[in-house]
Design a protein around this ligand. Sequence first.
Ligand code: NAP
Length: 534
Amino acid sequence: MSSTRRVDAVVVGAGFAGLYMLHKLRSEGFSAVVFEAGDDVGGTWYWNRYPGARCDVESMEYSYGFDEELEQTWEWTERYASQPEILRYANHVADRFDLRRDIQFQTRVTAATFTEASTTWRVRTDRGHDVVGQFLVMATGCLSSANTPEISGAATFAGSSFHTGTWPHEGVDFTGQRVGVIGTGSSAIQSIPIIAEQARELTVFQRTASFAVPAWNQALDPRAVKELKAEYQTFRAEQRQTATGFGSRIKGGDGSALDAAPDELSRELQRRWDYGGLSFLGAYNDLLIDNQANDLAAHFVRAKLREIVNDPAVADKLAPTQVIGCKRLCVDTGYWATFNRPNVHLVDLQDDPIEAITPAGIRTTTGEHPLEAIVYATGFDAMTGALLRIDITGRGGLSLQEAWAAGPRTYLGLGVAGFPNLFTITGPGSPSVLTNMLVSIQHHVEWIADCIGHLRQNHLAAIEATEPAQEAWVDYVNTVASFTLFPTCNSWYLGANVPGKTRVFMPLPGFPPYAEHCAHVARSGYEGFALTTP
Ligand code: NAP
């Protein structure tokens, strides 16, 4: 089909970022169209339907705060919402604000080209759309481009293969099967305990052992929910004052782990362990900054692992050696205990690497592991993958692939020099994946809408990050990251999980100073951006 629609803005993606962007644009009087590859809304939560998929940020925090009626009427049922419930929430939002009429589903944007004469973007899709918009907003998600490693012989496998990030909607029944899971990140750690209950035999192929803290998920207490809803906006404001956009109500965390007496340290870490979830890393202010401090927390978690796993040899293999929190900390429900089951086996790929996938299973150096199903829990080409698979061409014929050949370069994670009127929601160079995504998404959507409103009010045609501002921003992000322990391991934050991807630390740690800086940029008339008249 073809379309020659002209709109103020083209939005790519109908996950939480795209949905709110569309709503915000429309409510400010702009016309917009959203293109979405999936059949329906939800983004990450539409695609990631693997068994046990659940958010690792608490449900009362992982929700939009822009509409009082929405936040008051929606009822979460569990402390950590499951994927089906989050997807129902995304659908509820789409219905409530009548968003679907401007979303073109089952449509992938293939190319976007900036036309200098008209300062507009021409967007093409795999279904023949040809749409022109003044603005192009990339709401493509940070973890939406699945990473499937190229393992020799993979295509010859006679059984079924799945990727956690593109899970079949009808579900998968592993009953009676021998299943192999490749990977031990968050997706694997959530799905392994459930697959283990179904499968005849489960073999986990681990390249890097992961740290995990318990979720202690449970039904929400209606009284606590009512109390929080009575002051929801205060709560949201508190979230924005935390480095990560969540966990504001958990007391403590201001001191150094190195100053704590040993019994005080273990009490505090135990308190965080008993509380559950990602706030474990907030126990002290230097856990992600100082190696020695980090080691205290890592040691505590490794000791927990050894208490949980019965076989010391298996516990040794499961014990992570990197800095805790360097790779995204996993939040689990019974992950390590799963290795006490007789039908669960661990292959440590450090000692026994995969040689090939065969028709019958996975062959490592010590022999073949016969399998009927392989689950690739191998993550994503994070933050840049979804942007770079679209052929985006900016000013002077410069492609985004060329501009980012040495890694992503942005100003504020919102704009890119050479690409006027293009915005990246939670783009590289912004706090993004180091925060509660809903907080960062809401912040970016509102900043972008204000910016577009400013252009309209002042009869301006285009906004573009300047090279010097972008240069300085990239340096700033690298400098902040270098003060942390984040760059010390091969994480997807660095792009290290994708062979050949340039190693650059992509997100910016620390939400409040970032948000303050973005506000300052807007107040100063968009310092660091060039604004042009028609
Ligand atoms: P991930 O964290 O990148 O984990 C991928 C796993 O696959 C890692 O263990 C990785 O090992 C392994 N792997 C990759 N390529 C491999 C290869 N060629 N051979 C063997 N192993 C290989 O991906 P994910 O688990 O999908 O999670 C990604 C992110 O999504 C998370 O960090 C989190 O931010 C988000 N997420 C959140 C939730 C939640 O809210 N609870 C759930 C799932 C995902 P290496 O470590 O050695 O690279």
